[in-house]
Design a protein around this ligand. Structure first.
Ligand SMILES: Nc1ncnc2c1ncn2[C@@H]1O[C@H](COP(=O)(O)OP(=O)(O)OP(=O)(O)O)[C@@H](O)[C@H]1O
Length: 598
């Protein structure tokens, strides 16, 4: 199978039980422990006591009311009394079970809610380099699948283990008290049952883990396929993609068949061992009745207790496996949670005051990967209000510079200051909130047009939103949409044109009113008419702000105060358009090349 969608962390994890992780996971129950857990325990005790009392009452009914030895007359009254009591016990048992399930669900859902919220909050804080390393599908699988696998543990598993343990101990004690010889004979089969149950289940668990890993791969592939559907169709790669998906799908199906077949085989094995226990019970029980040591009622009670015996053992084995699966999931979740954002506030970081917009880079070196510098000692002095254009061949380091300005990555060496403040010494939020960014990929979120513009400043009034749209000349096209500002745009704004999306992102940036503005190839790939519109909008947007523009289009660069020409991570030329044209260097060459294509 192609290795494309196997992310190492998604592979089957098979590790021994990890206590510290277990404690960390159960710490999530703590906030609710005081209120809800006592209620659950109460219901559990009530349920168990009532359940264990019934077989005893039935044995009484047989020995004392139906077939008493002396006086040898059946007593209907006693029989009614006992059956009445059994009925009441059943009712109590039913009610306590219902409430116990209700309470465990409450606690389970709250824990899952908290876990999911914590994980999402944390992932949002993580820096770009975290996402550089991981496919989006793999991150999503953790938030959905792994959290879901914990859901089972919290809503059923944990409490069931307790109940089963209490029940098992209770039954063993009762059996030994009633008749220790018969009790011991029956209990002897328990270890055998337990071994079969856990050993077999380990195999079954691995098989199910394999199913989950394969499903996770399908999810990652689906995610990529849907995101890249346009490219797939444009290159008519549907067939190939389908074949690839088919292989994954088939492999997942095969794993499922295997796991399911194992599950099927497991039931009869347990039944056979259970049957062995019953054989011992009836064979030895009959002998004890003949020798007068026990009554028929006692034998029936034993049979009932033993019937209640296999279930907890079976479930405990099952639970142990469920626990291991949940531990594997929680390990993956905690691994994400322990991932520190590489860009974080230093202890004692100050809030950056309202800035003017002076920016200084002093001998800035940056490496995405150790030993491969993307910037090799950049020095720049930009005054507030200046517009800077970054040009250069692909891969020369333009986007890298703007990534560093917003501190999406930390510089490897050198100094980067805003208004004299080293950006590593101030709070990230106070820096980013004063920088507006219009990226190549003008991301449009699902929601209305108005919501999308307001993303720039959430407390902006409707009027301010519209003013911003008018200033960048987006108002006109918005009003032509079926619902105007209230038009719902689908995810990523696929129904809008590139130029329209760009104007929206300009309005969004204008509304945020940042002192520093960053535009990454904002005017690439649009027609001349729209370009003119965008040029006008840009003038409005840039006015009075320090701006950095990565633009391939001559028209945008021409008016810049300073043009920085980059080559392989170094500054090769600086100056305005006229100065650089006179120089007849790299810039001149780039412009000439562009003209050739026009
Ligand atoms: N996330 C990343 N991880 C590793 N290397 C990267 C990453 N992003 C960029 N690079 C590398 O850093 C160098 C500079 O890339 P950068 O994106 O700054 O170039 P650019 O001038 O903006 O190019 P383009 O005009 O094609 O957008 C390139 O060699 C690129 O391969």
């Amino acid at each position: 199978m192609n290795e494309r969608f196997i992310y190492k962390d998604d592979e089957v994890i098979d590790q021994p039980f990890n206590w510290s992780q277990f404690k960390r996971l159960f710490a999530y129950m703590k906030p609710y422990a005081k209120q809800i857990i006592p209620l659950i325990v109460l219901m559990m005790i009530l349920g168990t006591i009532t359940k264990l009392t019934v077989p005893y009452l039935i044995s009484l009914a047989i020995d004392k009311a139906i077939a008493p030895k002396a006086p040898a007359v059946p007593s209907l009254n006693l029989l009614f009394l006992i059956t009445g009591a059994v009925l009441v016990l059943y009712l109590i048992q039913w009610a306590s079970n219902a409430y116990r399930i209700k309470f465990t669900n409450i606690i389970g859902q709250r824990v899952i809610y908290d876990l999911r919220a914590d994980l999402f909050k944390h992932i949002q804080k993580l820096s770009f380099n975290f996402f550089d390393k991981r496919p989006a599908g793999s991150v999503m699988v953790r938030i959905t699948n792994d959290i879901n696998s914990l859901q089972d543990l919290f809503t059923n598993g944990a409490v069931n283990v307790l109940i089963d343990c209490v029940q098992l101990v209770g039954i063993i004690v009762i059996l030994l008290l009633i008749n220790w010889k018969l009790g011991l004979a029956v209990i002897l089969t328990v270890p055998l049952m337990f071994v079969i149950s856990t050993k077999l289940r380990v195999k079954i668990r691995r098989a199910w883990q394999d199913v989950r890993a394969k499903n996770s791969r399908i999810n990652s592939h689906l995610n990529e396929s849907i995101q890249g559907i346009r490219v797939t169709q444009a290159y008519t790669q549907e067939q190939e993609n389908m074949r690839f998906f088919d292989r994954m799908n088939m492999s997942s199906k095969k794993s499922w068949d295997k796991a399911s077949a194992m599950n099927q085989g497991f039931g009869p094995m347990i039944d056979i061992t259970g049957g062995l226990g019953s054989l011992i019970l009836f064979w030895y029980g009959a002998y004890l009745i003949q020798s007068g040591e026990i009554t028929i009622g006692i034998l029936v009670a034993f049979a009932n207790y033993v019937g209640n015996f296999w279930d907890p053992i079976n479930r405990l084995g099952q639970m142990y496996n469920q626990l291991l699966v949940a531990m594997a999931s929680s390990e993956r979740i905690f691994e994400f949670m322990d991932e520190e954002p590489s860009i974080a506030d230093k202890p004692g970081a100050k809030t950056l005051p309202k800035i003017k917009g002076d920016i200084k880079l002093e001998n800035v070196v940056f490496e995405y990967e150790k030993g491969r510098p993307a910037l090799k000692g950049i020095s720049l002095d930009v005054h507030a209000g200046q517009s800077i254009a970054l040009v250069g061949h692909t891969g020369s380091g333009k986007s890298t510079i703007i990534n560093l300005l917003s501190r999406f990555y930390d510089i490897t060496s050198g100094r980067l200051t805003v208004d004299g403040y080293n950006i590593q010494d101030v709070k990230v939020e106070s820096l980013r909130s004063q920088i507006g960014i219009v990226l190549q990929d003008t991301f449009i979120f699902s929601g209305t047009i108005r919501d999308n513009i307001r993303f720039g400043r959430l407390d902006a009034t409707d009027e301010e939103v519209e003013q911003a749209a008018k200033a960048v000349d987006a108002h006109e096209f918005i009003m032509k949409l079926p619902g105007g500002y209230e038009t719902e745009v689908e995810e990523r704004g696929s129904a809008l044109s590139m130029g329209q999306r760009q104007l929206l992102s300009f309005a969004r940036a204008l509304l945020a009113d940042p002192r520093i503005l960053i535009l990454d190839e904002a005017t690439a790939s649009i027609d001349t008419e729209t370009e003119l519109k965008i040029q006008e909008a840009l003038k409005v947007l840039l006015k009075g702000r320090t701006s950095f523009m990565v633009a391939h289009r001559l028209s945008t660069i021409r008016h810049a105060d300073n043009i920085i020409v980059l080559d392989h991570g170094e500054i090769k030329e600086t100056g305005n358009h006229n100065q650089l044209m006179q120089k007849q260097g790299i810039y001149h060459g780039l412009i000439e090349a562009q003209f050739k294509f026009l």
